[in-house]
Ligand binder design. Sequence first.
Ligand SMILES: Cc1cc2nc3c(=O)[nH]c(=O)nc-3n(C[C@H](O)[C@H](O)[C@H](O)COP(=O)(O)O)c2cc1C
Length: 296
Amino acid sequence: MDAQANPLPEKEEVRIRPFWYSDYWIFPKLITIVTTLDKHGRINAGAYSHIMQHDVMHKNPRILLGFRNTSHTFNNIRETGEFVINCPKYDTLADMMETGRFYPDGANELDYTNYTMIPSRKVKPPSIAECPQIIECTVDKIYELDRTQGHVLGKMEAIVMDKGLAALPRAERLPAMNLPVGLGDEKRKYYFYTSTHDVVMHELGDPPDVEVEPVAGEAEEEAAEADAMEWDAQALEMLDGVPKALQKMVRGQVEGALLDRGEKAVTGALFKGLAREFGLSEELLDRYRTDADTAA
Ligand SMILES: Cc1cc2nc3c(=O)[nH]c(=O)nc-3n(C[C@H](O)[C@H](O)[C@H](O)COP(=O)(O)O)c2cc1C
């Protein structure tokens, strides 16, 4: 790179203060409306963007949400154990923002929007018809952080999407869904967004062949780890079929799970059972295959 034409940017350290995550750090985020019922059965809706996948395997798929611990939504989730995550479209930003206002306890924010409530499939709080992707959840765990925030791990009971969307290739699905991407706020008053309407695609190729110098003792450590449990021929053959990039992780997880169950060796049958349990399907493994796997 020509350092003169493109000088590297100068850096400054910024003080870490409350609301650092919004005041200067930029976290582009998924925007959702969480619907709940309170303990009296009254509907509540709130705008929430602190949301992330937690366990991505299909055996126990979970999602993480963060709440101010005095919010109505958090209290309702604590009291009833159910909630629905609705992702609104960019075109309905004004209605989504309405659900972010501080309405009094017991008010249904959706009554002040153009959204349509529809029954959910697996839980009691309603879903929002205008939202193209929806997740219905029950509570798996709740963590309270120093009396400020609550984190909820939601067990995903159902993913519900507008018919036909799930089958669309991503390049068509993104503009069709046109989801808002939250870009934070200024003074809790001015909220910034972009949308998934205009997107660019980059292809991720295989990495170049790189020789990495071994660290002292690493080879012995790996050999000791590999000797930790006996593998029968069928199990070894199955491990060989796992993409190279995942083999070490899969070996460790299989041995860990089987040791926990008191097994002394990895057999093909035990490996197969675990693969089924953890959703380690061929389709999933194919995602991780590179040229190095197909060449082998
Ligand atoms: C776009 C947007 C995203 C928000 N995300 C969160 C969030 O992730 N966590 C949170 O505690 N509050 C968040 N808020 C604030 C809540 O929406 C707000 O406190 C609302 O009044 C909560 O409603 P409730 O008390 O009925 O749950 C967000 C607000 C907006 C507008």
